[in-house]
Design a binder for this molecule. Structure first.
Ligand code: COA
Length: 180
């Protein structure tokens, strides 16, 4: 994929998505390494600053990953990240992930709105046929959020991952481009 255009804006009712920049680093690391995100995330290991900078240089800047900051339309408050970490161009398929920072002023429903904006962008702008997302089965907020965003549960994978000394079930969600 071509690296994302730095001026790209994906606009929704309450939020917009803008491409991540190196200036976002400290904020993104704080979100990504927060207790809530680490405990609910498939990739459990906290991320170091140098790992994140490598990720930006070797993945985001090369167009292998598209990552966006979720911002409030009125005050530009940044709430978290939504990202497309894996493009499967052979099968015309993308994957989507999300994490939000802990902010008590965050309105309800931001997660679903961001996932829906990213999904529509994958279909309408990138013309992918399918988008998938994976969730640890105990992550009830994420399961519900994905349904609200337009994904359908496609598989329940028993003991799929071994995390922190325990096998965890994973739910696979998918959405197929309605234009295709
Ligand atoms: C998952 C996450 C992005 C959801 O963001 P959000 O803005 O709270 O999502 P939404 O409000 O759009 O949707 C969450 C829904 O789950 C519901 N929910 C929250 N906790 C729940 C629980 N314990 N049990 C059942 N439902 C729950 C909410 O009520 C809401 O549903 P509703 O609108 O019908 O009331 C956010 O919690 C987060 O960043 N978590 C940590 C990282 C993470 O889990 N990322 C996803 C990895 S797959």
């Amino acid at each position: 994929m071509k690296p994302i255009d730095k001026d790209c804006r994906i606009c929704g009712e309450r939020i917009y998505l803008r491409p991540i920049t190196v200036e976002d680093t400290d904020m993104v690391l704080e979100w990504r390494n927060s207790k809530t995100v680490v405990e609910n995330f498939i990739y459990r290991k906290p991320i170091t600053k140098s790992e994140h900078l490598d990720w930006l240089k070797n993945k985001v800047d090369k167009g292998l990953v598209y990552q966006f900051i979720i911002c409030d339309n009125v005050e530009n408050t940044p709430y978290g990240c939504v990202y497309l970490p894996h493009f499967d161009e052979e099968n015309n398929k993308a994957e989507c992930g999300i994490f939000l920072g802990e902010n008590e002023k965050r309105p309800r429903g931001i997660g679903a709105e961001a996932m829906k904006l990213a999904l529509d962008y994958c279909f309408e702008q990138l013309d992918f046929h399918k988008v998938v997302t994976r969730v640890l089965a105990f992550n009830k907020a994420s399961l519900r959020m994905n349904e609200k965003a337009g994904y359908t549960q496609e598989a329940y994978l028993k003991d799929e991952l071994y995390i922190d000394g325990k096998y965890e079930d994973v739910v696979l969600f998918g959405a197929v481009n309605p234009q295709h």
